[in-house]
Write a protein that binds this ligand. Sequence first.
Ligand code: SF4
Length: 239
Amino acid sequence: MIPDFRYFVTEARKIGAKIIVRHNLTVMFEPQKEDLPRFFAENQVEVVSSLPYFLQQQTDAQRGAGVFDKSIEALKRLNAVGYGIEENLILNLVCNPVGAFLPPSQSAIEADFKRELKQRYDISFNNLYTITNMPIARYLDWLRRSGNEASYMTKLVNAFNPATVEGLMCRNLISVDWRGFLFDCDFNQMLELPVSLKLPQTVFDFDLETFTSRRIMTANHCFGCTAGAGSSCGGVVAA
Ligand code: SF4
């Protein structure tokens, strides 16, 4: 949806960067977006897309009517250019629970997704990432409206797993917004919680050594990353 998206990808490719695009499958049906699968393949982009479940009812309940059918068609188009099939064209899916509970075992549900998507729609993909719903933004609104906020937070806190801490996203990655401002992760970016004010605030002043030993800005939502097997943009963090 960003006007300079293709320029950004092709320039990043020129400098040899590994490119992972978090791709909203329904975008493929917008004007001038139909050729995205081929564009991704030409630039060896790793595609990560959300599919809440392999059944229509649950997916449309979370994302809106018609999203499931469009997502299935988009996945078929990605398969058609080799995604999820050829070795160097990686297609990963992401699912998160529809409700106020923690995700199921990632390996178990990945096996279910692979079997069901293949049998029902002849769709292939590489990996399934389970992601815990973070108690922020629209999901937090829903928790409040449905009276689930306190019980969900208690669930996350009680499921704190110290083994997840080393693999948290904020330990290895940094988020940069479109203006160049820095955040410890994309959740903090959504919350407009910047990196520590003792640090350079923009990518233009970024210094790897300083940031490697920085103090990360945490808050209640961080329990979403540390519950159970942990959660990150790459799925669980502690097997
Ligand atoms: S939400 Fe908290 S624990 Fe999770 S990546 Fe961001 S800063 Fe780290």
